[in-house]
Design a protein. Structure first.
Length: 274
């Protein structure tokens, strides 16, 4: 773990502000609620295990892990998301800790956790290799690393591809988030520091939106990266209209009928080598 530069600190402040836009806890709870439970189960969260959820948001995976009896720390760059998470945890009877943390420079000791996991979270850290290095560093030898990440060819990966021409340029050295949804990329990031890898592409059924336009408008109002993209072109009405059309078209292409969609993700688990 190295001290951040001024440029890195500015970048992370920008990322924190982006994820505080809108209402990401609503997205997690209303659109993809089951993903957290899938990851918690795959990670082996259980009594006696110390678990770190990296880029935990409002605890979509951390809370199910705590309910399974694990000793859980939910960490995120954007602590504004914790208030909702604490309320949900209290309502569900889950006890866990919440700690602000940068995925690329985690404030935890080496080997401190039996399980290190992230549910569509660490993939958004701009620099993939430092983030992967930190996941490995804080996991004990023989411990489990468990991840759910959106794939490039799946719905969310395609949504980011649609938004890219309208978004602000990525910072130097940043990599596209959906790369974390490819087994080859994750294999390169972890190298020989993990063993016993399982990587499966799955889908989550999303039936929250009656129409493609309803999906678009929901994400325009609630999802930080989409809000930031629209803000980037706010003074260009013709581009706003074009992005409106492209996002609605994306929704229509994935519509299985009645607004239901299947969003693809990669479920990845591995054990840290000794």
């Amino acid at each position: 773990m190295t001290a951040p530069t001024d440029a890195d600190s500015a970048l992370k402040s920008k990322h924190r502000a982006m994820w505080a836009l809108g209402d990401y806890p609503a997205v997690a709870a209303e659109v993809i609620p089951e993903l957290g439970a899938v990851l918690a189960e795959a990670s082996g969260a259980a009594p006696g295990r110390r678990v770190l959820d990296v880029a935990a948001g409002s605890g979509n995976a951390a809370i199910p892990a705590a309910l399974a009896g694990a000793d859980v720390v939910a960490s995120d760059l954007t602590p504004e998301l914790f208030d909702v998470g604490r309320k949900v945890a209290e309502q569900r009877g889950a006890k866990l800790s919440w700690e602000q943390a940068d995925a690329e420079a985690l404030p935890f000791a080496a080997g401190a956790f039996d399980v290190v996991m992230s549910c569509v979270g660490v993939m958004f850290a701009p620099h993939h290799q430092p983030a992967a290095d930190e996941l490995v560093r804080v996991c004990r030898p023989g411990g489990t690393i468990a991840l759910i990440n959106w794939t490039p060819q799946g719905f969310i990966g395609q949504m980011f591809a649609v938004m890219k021409p309208y978004a602000a340029p990525p910072p130097p050295g940043a990599s596209p988030p959906p790369l974390w949804g490819t087994e080859e990329h994750v294999t390169t990031l972890f190298g020989d520091r993990v063993t016993g890898v399982t990587a499966t592409r799955r889908t989550v059924r999303v039936d929250r939106f009656a129409t493609a336009e309803a999906f678009r408008d929901y994400f325009k109002a609630n999802y930080g990266p989409t809000i930031a993209t629209y803000r980037n072109i706010a003074d260009q009405p013709e581009r706003v209209a074009a992005l409106d059309d492209e996002l609605a078209a994306l929704g229509r292409r994935h519509d299985l009928g009645g607004g239901a969609m299947d969003w693809e993700y990669l479920l990845y688990t591995a054990h840290r080598t000794a």
